[in-house]
Design a protein around this ligand. Structure first.
Ligand code: ZN
Length: 123
């Protein structure tokens, strides 16, 4: 899903997207002349790789996210949640993909390794 930033209105518009077994929903609106905000939620099974044993597994998630998209070069004081789109196109697929990628880059343990962790704590 791609939308021209200048065509996004100041009133909130809802969106829902389904991709790779994940369900995205939320709203987006224009927060400034060159700015659009997205408030969304990601639900579904997130494919992950265990950081300890390298096993692939899926984890059911419900995560909310907030991003801001600007069609100007970023300023130094812009937060990490600000995404630059100099071509003026708000690309939801790209934005959601990078949200998923940042979640996957966190530290994850598969259920088996997780249980082993609990085991160690108990003793
Ligand atoms: Zn593991």
């Amino acid at each position: 899903m791609q939308i021209l930033l200048r065509k996004i209105r100041e009133t909130e518009s809802p969106f829902t997207l389904k991709k790779d077994g994940l369900h995205y929903s939320g709203k987006f609106w224009r927060s400034g002349k060159h700015r659009v905000k997205i408030d969304g939620k990601i639900e579904g099974d997130l494919p992950l790789v265990c950081d300890r044993c390298g096993e692939e597994f899926c984890k059911p998630i419900t995560e909310s996210f907030h991003v801001e998209i600007v069609d100007q070069p970023l300023k130094v004081d812009d937060s990490l949640d600000v995404i630059e789109c100099l071509d003026g196109i708000v690309d939801f697929d790209m934005i959601l993909k990078s949200e998923i990628a940042s979640m996957q880059s966190e530290y994850h343990l598969c259920p088996r390794c997780n249980e082993m962790d609990d085991f160690e704590i108990e003793y």
